[in-house]
Design a protein around this ligand. Structure first.
Ligand code: UDP
Ligand code: MG
Length: 350
């Protein structure tokens, strides 16, 4: 059962005032690529195909479904092949191994060829029924219509709380404004996808990259449904790493914090040294103070280790980037009908 999606419409005045918008005709229909990365989604993939196809057929535009198999170890790939055999709108991009959602998504974007691209999770957490609403935003002239979650049904309070905290943290430290409570569910025009595919950094934090490219964008508030089947592929450890990725690829704030922390500790130590000298002169120096000595040593050691760790996080990323490896490798591609019709050839998996 899908909860009634809440929809956020900008006022007509806001649209009129947006200087960069060039609205499209009311009945304009772009060719649509749906991009869905999937990792072990055997329970969901067929239902995903059914629901998305239903919505797209009702819209009546030419479309394709780019299903990216991110090295699944279950029957996901076989099911994708079966869907493809029955439905020429389906394209299968089979990656050579599991590369993680962010990269699988990029692979799907690289191989899509529609005039607009819509990113959906294969577990049906993002309701495909909102696609017509996204197209309305496209007709208003927006290049990006991004889903903002008003509710996250079926997710634990800890996940919601940590996600909430993370969005606020990254919002306050990052140089580009990353919309809050926004996932990968979005519609993008071809030019946005083209620009996005030029960002080939290996440490990918898609939410940040989406925000970085910019272009006229508007939110679409919706209720995130629980997973159709299976369980989330994101453990808290993976989420922590994603958060680290987000912070280190979008701000050098932690490096600055490390230096300011170092500076203030050094300054405090100077004050303390002055105090110790004064005390010795005034009252002599009975050999005491072992606990305070230990505290200071440990504290300084801790600060240094943290700072080295922060440095390490950045250096590690530099190390990975300079290797210049391709983002992903493809095992096999089965193109869709739309793909063979439009001449767009998939870019090299640079
Ligand atoms: N996914 C993927 N590769 C991975 C992990 C996940 O392609 O290594 C896909 C997954 O199949 C799903 C989407 O990314 O379609 C979102 O994953 P998940 O539902 O586990 O994340 P959540 O919705 O819990 O944030
Ligand atoms: Mg999910």
């Amino acid at each position: 059962m899908i909860a009634e999606p809440q929809i956020c419409q900008p006022s007509p005045a806001a649209v009129a005032e947006h200087p960069r918008l060039s609205p499209r005709a009311d009945d304009a229909l772009p060719s649509i690529s749906i991009v869905a990365p999937a990792y072990n989604e055997q329970e969901a993939i067929a239902e995903f195909h059914r629901r998305v196809s239903e919505v797209l057929r009702a819209i009546g535009a030419p479309y394709e479904l780019v299903l990216v198999n991110d090295g699944s170890t279950d029957h996901t790939l076989a099911l994708m092949h079966a869907l493809q055999a029955d439905d020429a709108q389906v394209m299968v991009v089979d990656l050579s191994r599991n590369f993680g959602k962010e990269i699988a998504l990029s692979a799907g974007l690289d191989h899509s060829s529609g005039e607009v691209v819509i990113v959906l999770d294969a577990d049906l957490q993002d309701p495909p029924e909102l696609i017509p609403e996204m197209l309305r935003g496209w007709r208003e002239g927006y290049d990006v219509i991004y889903g903002v979650r008003s509710h996250r049904d079926g997710e634990s309070w800890l996940k919601k709380a940590t996600a909430h905290l993370f969005y606020r943290l990254i919002g306050s430290v990052s140089r580009v404004e990353i919309p809050r409570d926004t996932g990968d569910f979005r519609l993008m025009t071809r030019r946005v996808v083209r620009e996005l595919s030029r960002l080939r950094e290996e440490h990918r934090f898609m939410k940040g990259l989406f925000a970085w490219v910019g272009f006229p964008s508007r939110p679409l508030v919706y209720r995130r449904s629980p997973r159709l089947a299976g369980s989330t592929k994101w453990s808290y450890w993976k989420l922590w790493n994603l958060a680290l990725e987000g912070i280190t690829s979008f701000t050098i704030g932690p490096l600055k914090i490390a230096s300011y922390l170092g500076l203030s500790v050094a300054f405090l130590s100077l004050l303390y040294a002055a105090f110790v000298i004064w005390k010795t002169l005034m009252y002599g120096d009975p050999v005491r103070g072992y606990p305070s000595l230990l505290v200071v040593v440990l504290f300084l050691g801790g600060v240094q280790l943290i700072s080295v760790g922060v440095l390490g996080e950045y250096i590690g990323r530099i190390f990975n980037e300079v290797k210049g490896r391709p983002l992903y490798l493809v095992n096999r591609i089965i193109p869709s009908q739309l793909h063979t019709k439009t001449s767009a050839s998939p870019p090299e998996a640079r």
